[in-house]
Design a protein around this ligand. Structure first.
Ligand code: FEO
Length: 392
């Protein structure tokens, strides 16, 4: 991809990674991703904001072929998909200074072995002049590492937000053209890496509220010319007001747990509760994470195997515990053969979740009438709890 023009002095560089299907060897990327770097040409100085993932270095270097001078390289976030090519940039432009926070400086030295004298560190709210353009650096910790900042280009009213407001999408469209598609990708991205830091992200959103933002340029995915769209979405996701939704990840070995889950789903729907159902044997973990953003209740369906929950169910519980969704209630349903500690084991795996645990429904072997009635009772309790709390 060639450098793409945002305006006469601001350019989007970087790489569209059409083929990438996994991030951090963990997170599914069904639509690929992009690593966006931004070049800003002031009347006196030129700045490069972030770089690209190291396998894409040659692409970025080709885009910089005709750029004779870079005065500042800015690292908004030390993770290597944005910082990994900084050493090559500093080699090509030996006079360039690397702007980061003091915390990021330490991380960049650890991760990339960049020498101390290359750095200029900036405090929260500090500005750097490029002549007729001014970059202001705003600390936005935990989106999603502790050192993360955003850059505000005052004259153009562009917010460069790195991972914040990003989405994993590979496309040749520089600007958002399909808000529905971007909403889905941005929510998935929020769920996978931002959700655990919901409270501090809320504060970061409040901190950015006074800025008259006209454009948000993240370092993954497309640029927002309608910033309200993504700002509103983020404000909703961090609101602390879950919706009238049950997320139900389950696994079944011999259909008994499946029968229970199907009956519970039907009972919940009958009582006006929406259900997001995930068969853990085939599910996309990113979709499950996304559903957890809004759910008021999580119900895990698992058979007892080897005296505890099925490993897939344990994985889902571990993931939910790490992502810290805003759900308020949790329960467990499933079938067992002769005994075990499924409930105790799963309950012990979710210390981070601030949930009320609703009476689990476990049955021996295939579920019978008594078990189906218990599942209907559980559905009634969930519907009532949602209604009492005003979750709609
Ligand atoms: Fe896109 Fe946290 O790196």
């Amino acid at each position: 991809m060639f450098a793409r023009k945002i305006n006469d002095r601001v350019f989007c560089l970087g790489s569209v990674d059409w083929d990438r299907r996994l991030f951090d060897t963990l997170i599914p990327l069904p639509d690929g991703t992009s690593y966006n770097a931004y070049l800003i040409k002031g009347s006196e100085k030129t700045a490069l904001l972030d770089t690209v993932d190291p396998p894409k270095t040659d692409e970025l270097m080709a885009q910089l072929k005709d750029v004779p001078k870079i005065d500042f390289v800015v690292s908004l976030h030390a993770e290597q998909d944005h910082s990994g090519t900084i050493p090559r940039i500093l080699e090509k432009y030996p006079e360039a200074k690397l702007i980061s926070t003091p915390k990021a400086k330490g991380m960049l030295i650890d991760l990339l072995k960049i020498s101390d004298e290359k750095f200029i560190t900036v405090e929260d709210g500090e500005t750097v002049s490029l002549g007729d353009k001014t970059l202001k650096f705003i600390y936005t910790p935990w989106v999603h590492w502790p050192e993360t900042i955003v850059a505000w280009l005052e004259e153009d009213k562009i917010l460069f937000s790195c991972d914040f407001f990003g989405s994993h999408i590979a496309t040749t469209d520089l600007f958002v053209t399909d808000e529905g598609r971007v909403y889905e990708a941005a929510k998935r991205y929020f769920a996978e890496i931002m959700m655990p830091f919901r409270s501090i992200i809320k504060k970061n959103l409040e901190k950015l509220a006074p800025y008259p933002i006209e454009m948000i340029a993240p370092s993954h995915g497309q640029i927002f010319k309608n910033p309200a769209f993504i700002l509103d979405a983020y404000n909703d996701w961090v609101s602390g007001r879950p919706k009238n939704i049950v997320v139900l990840p389950y696994v079944s070995m011999h259909e008994s747990t499946k029968l229970m889950v199907e009956h519970l789903v039907a009972s919940l729907v009958d009582k006006g509760v929406k259900v997001e159902l995930f068969n853990l044997a085939v599910t996309d973990i990113g979709k499950l994470a996304m559903a957890l953003v809004d759910a008021a209740t999580i119900v895990v369906g698992t058979p007892t195997v080897l005296a505890g929950p099925h490993p897939y169910a344990a994985y889902a519980a571990f993931l939910a515990n790490a992502l810290k969704p805003q759900a308020k209630f949790l329960s467990i349903v499933g079938s067992f053969g002769w005994g075990g500690k499924t409930v105790e084991t799963l309950a012990g795996m979710i210390p981070n979740l601030k949930v009320e645990v609703l009476e689990p429904v476990l049955c021996k072997g295939q579920p019978g009438e008594k078990d189906f009635r218990a599942l209907e009772d559980l559905a009634a309790v969930i519907a009532q709890k949602h209604a009492e709390n005003g979750f709609t």
